[in-house]
Design a protein around this ligand. Structure first.
Ligand SMILES: [Ca+2]
Length: 498
């Protein structure tokens, strides 16, 4: 483009050189002739010089203007022929020059277009190359990323494989453990069945034991009810005991007086009577003495069965046909009956007064034959009553002088007041009763205490002045109640077939 412009400028300069004078003059005239060249979108306009106003000759102003042909024709007379020829030559030269210029411009334009096209192609190629390179770089990036991903996947795969291996190993271990567990479970099941059998056995045994325990429980209930009754009695006795303390003291004084009187009587007896001849004989029992013709009450000498040993006993030869060997007698409370086992075994007191003949002798006598027992009672109002047992027997000392009696009758209660058959003898130092307590210590004296039973003729001797009964007093329950006061008691035995 710049070259084309350069060429145009050169052409303009040439025109100016050709007709400067007329050119200046032509400016002032708008009707001056023009020449237009069209080349594609570009158009070139050339102004042609005016020769008419020029006074100088054509030779003086040599102008090379090829456009003269196109200029308006001037009157031929003003132009000399020579000059015209010159102008024509110049015009031809200019025309040639312009043609050259035109072709040159065309060539240049072509080159320019080719260059532009080349440039565009280059730009395009560059852009494509850039796009290609960017695509390449993107591809490389993608490839790199893919490689990374592949590496990660490979790592993961190897990790998973390792885990799989570990898992299979642990599975093997677990299988082994499972096997062991199964074996142990089998063993345990065997043990369990064995234990179950044992438990069943134990259950049956327990059931039996339970039955036994239930029976014992029932017995215990019976005992408990008895105990409750006794406890009630005891409470009553305790309440009265304190109230009667003063009374006891008075009784002691009166007793002392009685003892003095008795001492006087004994001394009188010693002075009066030596023992009768008949009484010096030895009998098996009072029944034998009676049958030998001795019918007087008194103290007789009796021999132990199958022995040379003797003892002395009071014989009642009057009551109910006589022949009774007195084994217990109380009448005034002069004798202490709260004695030991040994004392009850051998006997104590005086045969003519208050007396206990002795368990040993009673046992021997009642086991070598069949004997009856009669219990004679009198209260402070002189009421009398008796209890009779057709059959009476005492076991040995080894068997705690157990009581055996049957065929009860009498007036001292419709029910027997003795403890049930089989009851053992107890003293303050020998507890053989059926009570958790010690009846012999609570009720005092030696007796066949059950738990503790409805009778005790060896309890404390309470005189008439005592207002209420006491649990530890002499007692024959089914005659007139547990607290009815007794004045005299006699227990005596006789052969059943007397
Ligand atoms: Ca006891």
């Amino acid at each position: 483009v710049w070259q084309v412009l350069l060429w145009l400028m050169l052409a303009a300069q040439a025109v100016m050189v050709l007709g400067l004078g007329s050119h200046l003059k032509g400016k002032e005239s708008p009707d001056r002739p023009q020449h237009r060249v069209q080349h594609g979108p570009c158009s070139y306009t050339f102004l042609l010089p005016e020769i008419g106003s020029c006074h100088a000759s054509a030779t003086d102003y040599p102008v090379s203007n090829s456009l003269q042909r196109d200029a308006p024709s001037l009157p031929e007379r003003k132009w000399p022929a020579k000059r015209l020829q010159q102008l024509e030559n110049i015009m031809e030269n200019n025309t040639l020059w312009l043609q050259k210029l035109e072709s040159y411009i065309q060539e240049n334009v072509k080159m320019e277009i080719a260059e532009i096209q080349l440039h565009a192609v280059q730009n395009h190629t560059t852009a494509i190359l850039e796009i290609g390179s960017s695509l390449l770089s993107q591809t490389a990036e993608q490839t790199r990323k893919l490689t990374e991903v592949e590496t990660q996947v490979l790592n993961q795969t190897s990790r998973l494989e390792i885990q799989l291996l570990e898992n299979s190993l642990s599975t093997n271990k677990l299988e082994k453990q499972l096997l062991l567990q199964t074996q142990e479970i089998n063993k345990l099941q065997e043990k369990n069945s064995f234990l179950e059998r044992k438990v069943l056995d134990a259950d049956s045994r327990h059931e039996e034991a339970l039955q036994g325990i239930k029976a014992e429980k029932l017995e215990m209930w019976g005992l408990l009810s008895k105990q409750a009754q006794l406890i009630q009695d005891l409470e009553q006795q305790l309440a009265t005991a304190s109230a009667n303390h003063m009374v006891l003291q008075r009784q002691q004084a009166s007793l002392l007086e009685t003892v003095h009187q008795l001492t006087g009587l004994v001394s009188q007896c010693n002075q009066i009577s030596p023992v009768p001849k008949d009484e010096q004989k030895v009998f098996r029992d009072c029944g034998a003495a009676y049958k030998s013709g001795l019918h007087a009450n008194g103290v007789y000498t009796l021999c132990f069965p199958n022995s040379t040993a003797t003892t002395r006993a009071f014989c009642d030869m009057e009551t109910s046909g006589g022949g009774w060997t007195v084994i217990q007698h109380r009448k005034d409370g002069s004798e202490d009956f709260h004695r030991t086992w040994k004392e009850y075994k051998h006997g104590f007191g005086s045969p003519s007064g208050e007396h206990w003949l002795g368990n040993d002798f009673i046992h021997r006598l009642t086991t070598q034959g069949s004997y009856s027992l009669r219990i004679q009672l009198r209260d402070w109002d002189s009421n009398e009553a008796y209890s009779l047992y057709e059959h009476f027997q005492l076991d040995s000392e080894e068997q705690s002088y157990r009581l055996h009696m049957r065929d009860y009758s009498g007036t001292a209660g419709r029910t027997s007041s003795l403890s049930p058959p089989g009851t053992a003898f107890s003293t303050k130092d020998a507890d053989n009763d059926r009570c958790g307590c010690k009846c012999a210590q609570m009720a005092t004296g030696g007796w066949w205490f059950d738990a503790c039973g409805p009778s005790n003729l060896n309890g404390i001797y309470y005189p008439a002045s005592s207002t209420t009964g006491r649990y530890n007093g002499m007692k024959w329950h089914y005659w007139k109640g547990p607290s009815h006061r007794l004045k005299t008691t006699t227990m005596m035995i006789r052969p059943a077939d007397f």
